[in-house]
Design a protein around this ligand. Structure first.
Ligand code: ADP
Length: 376
């Protein structure tokens, strides 16, 4: 949908902000521009809605040169979200969100109805509608910024460091919310950040830029992690890219065992079977199948399993939705080295050893990752 074709931006003082950049930004997905401060990300984003005009090169939207379109028409097709939300301080939340529909000539009622609908969409309580921006937290203001950008339902959303000013917990919530919204709305999003973890989490495609406005690599996140184009990209990705790459492999491929699991009311025969099964530890569950803790098989006694003496089972993982990274983390945190797999309701579906996870990791690294990210 958006094609950046050999675009250069030289500012009047001679600064080369962007140097012959070419990018094909795919439709209905999130493309992230990431790189160190001053590498030309914001300049690139602003050239897409013509807040900055390129010195050379062309940008095509749906095959049409954006220079050949009236700026107002172009901007109407592009929502714009910035850091600190950039809200109108003298307008209520609902009227901030209704801004663009009002500009487009919608009646006040219709624009407010649309704004109320969007507040719900982005997870804002309707009680906030009549407040002013200063009466909202940073995270809430950022949600208002997103709702405002979506108000006229533009096909394109440009987002410039939208979540950089909020604390890490709120930021994670906003990122999750954006992914959820995007799954519903399917916008073409161009997202600028200097945070590589944010880029990897949100991007379908990630463009890593380096100072001088050069493109270092343009690839899906899993490919960046497995095959960084050069040492600049490798350094920018940081030290634990092997571990992070495991987020792209589903834990569903792990073979779980049920032999080392017993219920707290296990019979003497069931316990005897665990003893002969040659497993170092047995996971004890409650009568509903929820994990209680680990025991050595020889310490189990039928009818009187002392739950207070069990070793903690750590944090379980959900094989159906989590990644190999989540499974590995559970095994590393488990005092027995075994990870506990549960279903969506918290009932044990099986257990898996660090060794088996290690084998799955080795075969995963040899294979191509799934294109889609796994939740955990
Ligand atoms: P980023 O978003 O990656 O931090 P920018 O696109 O904001 O980078 O800036 C790229 C380069 O262009 C920087 O060196 C910056 O100082 C310079 N720059 C940005 N805007 C202007 C301007 N209006 N005039 C001159 N130089 C600018």
């Amino acid at each position: 949908m958006i094609r950046i074709d050999s675009v250069t931006k030289r500012y009047p003082d001679g600064t080369m902000a962007v140097d012959r950049l070419s990018l094909e930004i795919p439709d209905r997905s999130i493309t992230v521009l990431v790189g160190p401060s001053g590498c030309g990300k914001t300049t690139t984003l602003r050239m897409i809605n013509r807040m900055v005009e390129p010195s050379e090169g062309t940008i095509l939207l749906d095959g049409v040169d954006i220079q050949k379109q009236p700026v107002t028409t172009l901007r109407r097709s592009m929502g714009y979200v910035i850091q600190n939300a950039g809200l109108f301080q003298h307008r209520t939340i609902i009227d901030n969100i209704a801004t663009v529909p009002r500009l487009l000539g919608w009646s006040k009622d219709r624009a407010r109805r649309r704004a109320a609908e969007l507040m719900e969409r982005v997870g804002l309580d309707s009680a906030l509608a009549r407040r002013y921006p200063y009466q909202l937290s940073g995270g809430q203001q950022q949600r208002v910024g997103v709702a405002r950008a979506l108000a006229a339902d533009p096909p394109v959303l440009l987002m410039d460091e939208p979540f950089s000013a909020v604390d890490p917990v709120v930021r994670k919530g906003l990122q999750d919310e954006l992914l959820r919204l995007q799954a519903e709305l399917g916008k073409t999003i161009v997202f600028v950040t200097h945070d590589i973890d944010e880029a990897i989490k949100l991007g379908t495609m990630v463009a890593v830029m380096r100072t001088g406005g050069h493109l270092a690599q343009f690839a899906p996140p899993a490919e960046l992690l497995s095959a960084p184009a050069d040492s600049f990209v490798e350094d920018f990705l940081g030290t634990d890219r092997g571990i992070r790459r495991l987020s792209f492999f589903p834990a569903a491929r792990l073979e779980l065992q049920t032999a080392p699991v017993v219920a707290v009311d296990a019979s003497a025969e069931q316990i005897a079977a665990r003893r002969t099964a040659d497993v170092p530890h047995v996971l004890v569950t409650d009568l509903d199948g929820r994990p209680l803790g680990w025991s050595r098989p020889q310490d189990l006694t039928a009818g009187t399993i002392a739950t207070e003496r069990l070793l903690p089972y750590g944090r379980p993982f959900v094989p159906d939705t989590d990644s190999l990274r989540a499974a590995l983390d559970c095994a590393v945190l488990s005092p027995t080295g075994w990870a506990v797999g549960v279903d969506g309701t918290g009932r044990v579906v099986g257990v898996v050893s660090q060794q088996v996870i290690g084998e799955a990791i080795r075969s995963a690294h040899a294979a191509a990752p799934t294109a889609a990210k796994v939740a955990g």
